[in-house]
Ligand binder design. Structure first.
Ligand code: ZN
Length: 200
């Protein structure tokens, strides 16, 4: 806890004085332009990658950046609830599914061993269609890419998303972050392939 509080004190001393007005504005309400569905992995921080300030991004993080299927049963659909809030209430302009290199969730989904961590096996089983499509023989990277395509496809099964994509120009985008070299690739919706974003 000591290091967390030291980080907070650093924030108050170095960031708060210059950003105070920004936070005062944010206190009136949030208006993020983008919903990012990212992995919980500590090495992948959407705000850092996209150079975003507080208030810019509405972020959902879960193991392996998974969009679950659209379901209307009485389960506790935390991810779907957050997606609905961002799209319907906050009216974000785009949704980005952000996968990443060396994703432990994808590794777990590809593993043939039984997972002992509670809840995890059932959750990452949502990636099975991506694994079936790619196979495991070409390594993990193609499965990481396909998992992003799978989640984007699942987003379109949410009626309120499909409607906004078709009638209001809501954008659905896929991106993949390489931890090892800090580069981002973006899915080209026309070619279906990922291409590295050029440097400035
Ligand atoms: Zn991950």
């Amino acid at each position: 806890m000591k290091s967390l509080l030291a980080g907070y004190q650093k924030f108050r001393k170095e960031i708060w004085p210059s950003d105070k007005e920004h936070f005062v504005e944010l206190a009136k309400g949030q208006n993020p332009h983008t919903l990012v569905i990212s992995c919980s992995d500590s090495r992948v921080d959407p705000a850092t990658i996209f150079g975003a300030r507080p208030g810019d991004l509405f972020v959902i993080r879960n193991v392996a950046s998974v969009v679950p299927p659209y379901e209307t049963n009485s389960g506790y659909h935390g991810v779907s609830a957050a997606i609905a809030f961002a799209v319907i209430n906050l009216e974000v302009a785009r949704v980005v599914v952000l996968g990443h290199e060396y994703c432990g969730g994808v590794t777990a989904a590809m593993s043939t061993e039984d997972l002992t961590t509670p809840f995890l096996s059932q959750w990452v089983s949502l990636l099975k269609p991506a694994i079936h499509k790619c196979g495991c023989e070409h390594g993990q990277l193609p499965v990481e890419y396909e998992s992003i395509r799978l989640s984007l496809g699942r987003l379109m099964t949410f009626p309120f998303i499909a409607e906004r994509v078709e009638k209001k120009g809501l954008q659905l985008l896929g991106a993949h972050f390489k931890i090892s070299d800090g580069t981002l690739s973006v899915l080209d919706n026309k070619t279906g392939e990922f291409a590295t974003v050029p440097e400035l």
